[in-house]
Design a protein around this ligand. Structure first.
Ligand code: ADP
Length: 229
C-alpha cells in the first residue's frame, strides 16, 4: 500500500513542488498518475522510492514510513518496489536473460532460483524466444519488456513506472500498458506516470491527476475529467 497524507515538498531553491497531496493506493490496485510537465509527478515518484524526503506530511510505502525512514532501511523498502523507467536502463553488454538475472544476483538469490524465475518472467512479458539476444537487437517495445521483466523478477508487491511509454510509438505504448494491466491482474500493485491522454483513455482505470502540486482529481472517470478542471 502507498499512502500520502497531506504531503508537501519544497526544494532548497524555494520551489514548492507538492502542496498537500493525499491519496491511498491499496494493495492490488492499478492507477495512472497524470499531469502536465512540472506538475510534480517526478517529485511524487522520488518520494515513493525515498530518493528525496517530504518537507511535511507522512508517506507510507508497503509498511515503511518514508518521512521517518533511516538511510540504512531504504534497501528494504526498495525491495518491495519494481521500478520501470522511460529510457529502459538496460545493460547493453548483457543478454536479455542476463539483464533480468542480474537483478536477482545483486540481491543474492541462489542460482537454482534464478534458473527457474528468469524464464518465467521472460515468458510473462512475451520474450521467451529473445533470451539470448542483446538490447541493441531489440525494438524499443521489446527493450521496455525486458525492463519490466527485470522490475518483476524479485517479486515486488508494487511496480512503479515513470513514463514507461515515453519513447514508444502508440501501438507499442498500448501493448506495454496492457502488459502492465496483466501484471496487475496477477496481483501486483501498479502505479504508472504518464502524460499520454489518449493512452489513459483506452483503459477504464483509476486516474490520479495533479497540477501545480495539487491533487485535482482522483477517480475512474479518466483523463477527460482532468482536462475540464
Ligand atoms: P513533473 O515530473 O510533473 O514534470 P517535477 O516533479 O519534475 O514535475 O517538478 C515539479 C516542480 O519542482 C517544477 O517546478 C520543477 O522545476 C521543480 N523541481 C523538480 N526537481 C527539482 C529540484 N531537484 N530542485 C529544485 N526544483 C525542482
Amino acid at each position: 500500500m502507498i499512502q500520502f497524507n497531506d504531503v508537501y515538498k519544497e526544494y532548497a531553491n524555494g520551489i514548492k513542488a507538492l502542496k498537500g497531496i493525499s491519496f491511498t493506493l491499496r494493495d492490488g490496485e492499478f492507477a495512472f498518475l497524470v499531469g502536465p510537465s512540472g506538475s510534480g509527478k517526478s517529485t511524487l515518484m522520488k518520494l515513493i522510492t525515498g530518493e528525496i524526503s517530504p518537507s511535511s506530511g507522512s508517506i507510507l510505502v508497503n509498511g515503511y514510513m518514508m518521512d521517518k525512514i533511516r538511510m540504512r532501511k531504504l534497501p528494504y523498502v526498495r525491495r518491495t518496489l519494481g521500478i520501470v523507467f522511460q529510457d529502459f536502463r538496460l545493460i547493453e553488454k548483457k543478454t536479455v536473460y542476463e539483464n533480468v538475472a542480474f537483478a536477482m544476483r545483486v540481491v543474492g538469490a541462489p542460482n537454482r532460483e534464478i534458473r527457474k524465475r528468469v524464464p518465467y518472467v521472460l515468458d510473462l512479458v512475451g520474450l521467451a524466444d529473445k533470451a539470448t539476444m542483446h538490447p541493441n537487437e531489440l525494438s524499443g517495445g521489446e527493450q521496455q519488456r525486458v525492463a519490466i521483466a527485470r522490475a518483476l523478477v524479485n517479486n515486488p508487491s508494487t511496480i512503479i513506472a515513470d513514463e514507461p511509454t515515453g519513447n514508444l510509438d502508440p501501438a507499442r505504448s498500448l501493448e506495454i500498458l496492457m502488459l502492465m494491466q496483466k501484471i496487475n491482474e496477477l496481483g501486483t500493485t501498479v502505479l504508472i506516470v504518464t502524460h499520454e491522454k489518449a493512452m489513459v483513455d483506452e483503459f477504464s482505470q483509476r486516474v490520479i491527476a495533479i497540477d501545480g502540486g495539487h491533487l485535482i482529481s482522483d477517480g475512474m472517470d479518466g483523463y477527460y475529467n482532468y482536462e475540464e478542471v
